[in-house]
Design a binder for this molecule. Structure first.
Ligand code: NAD
Length: 311
């Protein structure tokens, strides 16, 4: 019997705070070598978009996410991210659950962005902003509000920013400039053009950059990256299809310049060192994050009236 979690079931099973806790634990387990994650495979069909196959193994389960990123889709009334997550028993290989990939992705993406922020921000950070109020930005706002933070929100589309602010009780920024000047900024845009121009990152600021999760995308100008203390979710992904890719290609950044967030969370590496540092977290999205959410959902299956399929 395979349990089927549609988007609503995923969201019912895994509240934002539970997603945050599960993703933090996944980063630590992966850092300690307890969870495994073969490289993400990109199947590109640019400029339309790309497909990603993302496997992981940990905690008695194996996972494969088959998911898209088609940035032009919203203009056609279609979602940017769609696909499925398959969760199997790691001991006997049985398929246990099928989950809506967009809902899993939104929960774990929001969790990673906020986790990077809460781990690396200044202790006295007083202002937060989320820039980009699409599917994953909206989920980031929902998580911050659940954690007791009221962020400023900004999107180039006034209807989106107003809808997200209204739905989650966030505050509308007066301009992109106001949002980008906050102590903590989580960016979740398509990454077609940098949001942070050269010289615009402020001392002491933290930025979690979520939008650049594939080749050719960036939310910060390449030469601005060098001003920041750099963190990533996973070096191979970040250096080949993330925010850091341009700076790596230009020879401005190499492996030793970048710390894994999991190492900081596991106490194996230093995070922020002083209040003046700019900290930059490059998230490309990891299958271990999806595994964390899928496992958390499956643990609640007994409390939900879920459809099932027999294969
Ligand atoms: N790092 C990760 O783990 C991860 C996970 C999922 C998606 N992503 C990436 O995040 C990005 C957003 O994904 P989504 O599914 O939320 O997309 P979406 O299309 O639902 O939302 C994107 C939003 O950004 C807004 N936007 C575009 N340009 C902007 C700008 N210059 N300033 C402010 N807002 C702007 C759009 O109006 C839209 O509301 C994509 O590039 C996607 O590939 C990353």
């Amino acid at each position: 019997m395979v349990r089927v979690f549609g988007a609503d079931a995923v969201r019912s099973a895994v509240p934002p705070q539970a997603a945050y806790d599960a993703v933090r634990d996944a980063f630590v387990s992966y850092q300690r070598g307890e969870w495994l994650m073969p490289p993400k495979v990109y199947v590109a069909n640019y400029p339309a978009g790309d497909f990603r196959a993302m496997p992981a193994l940990g905690g008695g389960h194996a996972l494969l996410k088959w998911v898209t990123s088609f940035p032009g889709n919203p203009a056609r009334g279609l979602p940017t991210v769609t696909g499925l997550v398959l969760l199997s028993d790691a001991e006997d290989g049985r398929l246990l659950a099928v989950l809506d990939a967009a809902a899993v992705t939104a929960l774990r993406t929001a969790a990673a962005g906020v986790l990077g922020a809460e781990t690396l921000r200044r202790h006295d950070a007083a202002s937060y902003a989320v820039v980009g109020c699409g599917v994953n930005g909206a989920e980031t706002v929902r998580l911050l509000v659940a954690l007791g933070v009221t962020p400023l929100v900004w999107d180039v589309d006034p209807a989106r920013r107003e809808a997200v602010a209204g739905e989650h009780g966030a505050r509308l920024a007066g301009s992109a400039r106001e949002a980008l000047a906050c102590d903590v900024v989580v960016t979740v845009t398509p990454g077609h053009e940098p949001l942070f121009a050269r010289g615009s990152l402020r001392p002491g600021q933290h930025v979690s950059l979520m939008g650049a999760d594939g080749p050719g995308k960036a939310e910060v100008a390449v030469d601005e990256v060098g001003r920041a203390r750099l963190f990533c979710d996973e070096w191979q992904q970040a250096s080949h299809g993330g925010e850091l890719t341009g700076a790596v290609a230009a020879g401005l950044v190499s492996r030793t310049d970048v710390t894994d967030l999991g190492a900081v969370l596991a106490g194996a590496a230093e995070g922020r060192r002083n209040d003046g540092e700019i900290t930059l977290f490059d998230s490309t999205g990891l299958a271990i994050q999806d595994l964390a959410i899928a496992k958390a959902a499956l643990a609640k299956a007994g409390e939900l009236d879920l459809p099932t399929i027999d294969l």
